[in-house]
Design a protein around this ligand. Structure first.
Ligand code: ZN
Length: 296
């Protein structure tokens, strides 16, 4: 019996060893852009976001890099990353915008928080307005306040750990015109419960559809309105939302060219693949399940 168990054990080890080798590689690579200048409450969010995502990277074996140098938003740098984060700012320069646009239209992924999607007549970036779902910044509450959020769809991989509703910590909520929900490509994941109205003291939002988290399904992207102040990571439920969003964007729908599938058959061969090539080869052969799936 012992011999039988041992053979089972060794058999299992032989099967598992390529996966173990694979697990030592970063599962995907994330590049976060932020600014340390300007609105103090947006800097406070970045100061908490960076250690939060660094810890997540350790937990889930992805690579996380952050920078205040927006000139790194260029094709050469981006090709080594499956996912780009904008934590508290957005690019101004035309070449950086063009590089991001090219990245997103060729399968790159983006997670943007709060002011990173801010746009008005002064920002002059029509492509981005379309990318975000046709929504233009219209107003906000002040001071930052907690709010009850409704989870529109709990079957989505990004929201499946959330309850039907939860209290999101104090944030400056943005309302957009038109509501991105009106865009046929947009899937809204979380909405500010209208029962919060009127929300604000100095600046008050009194009515209107206020999507908080959504994806434009024409791209691999999620926008989250959270990101103002030092309370954002105070909710375990909301933190799980951030975690699931990173994992979903980092892994879903990565296309593996048929010609490269054979090179992924063993751990040893995976080691030889340069990080730059992980862009297109990050996912596993069709016969092997991804390291992360909804529900885990
Ligand atoms: Zn803000």
């Amino acid at each position: 019996m012992i011999r039988f168990l041992l053979s089972l054990l060794f058999g299992a080890a032989a099967v598992l060893s390529p996966a173990v080798t694979l697990a030592q590689q970063p599962f995907f690579r994330v590049l976060a852009f932020y600014t340390a200048k300007g609105e103090p409450d947006h800097i406070a969010f970045a100061e908490q976001a960076l250690p939060f995502f660094t810890e997540l990277a350790k937990k889930h074996n992805f690579y996380f890099e952050s920078t205040t140098r927006w000139e790194h938003l260029n094709a050469q740098k981006l090709k080594g990353f499956q996912l780009v984060l904008w934590i508290n700012d957005f690019p101004i320069k035309a070449e950086q915008r063009a590089a991001f646009q090219d990245y997103m239209t060729h399968g790159g992924a983006w997670l943007g928080f709060h002011v990173s999607a801010y746009n008005d007549e002064s920002t002059r970036w029509p492509w981005f307005v379309d990318f975000i779902g046709g929504a233009v910044f219209y107003g906000n509450n002040w001071p930052p306040l907690p709010a009850k959020l409704i989870v529109d769809d709990r079957s989505h991989p990004v929201t499946h750990h959330l309850p039907d509703t939860f209290i999101s910590p104090a944030n400056e909520w943005y309302i957009w015109k038109p509501s991105p929900r009106l865009n046929k490509h947009v899937k809204v994941l979380l909405t500010l419960d209208p029962k919060n109205y009127p929300i604000g003291l100095k600046d008050t939002i009194t009515a209107g559809d206020l999507p908080v988290v959504w994806t434009n399904t024409a791209y691999r992207m999620i926008y989250m309105n959270m990101g103002h102040g030092d309370k954002i990571f105070a909710s375990a439920e909301q933190n799980k939302l951030f975690e699931d969003a990173i994992l979903w964007l980092g892994t879903h729908n990565n296309r593996v060219p048929e010609t490269q599938l054979s090179t992924l058959s063993t751990g040893a061969e995976i080691k030889s693949i340069e990080y730059a090539n992980l862009w297109s080869t990050i996912l596993l052969p069709k016969t092997r399940r991804p390291l992360w799936e909804p529900g885990e």
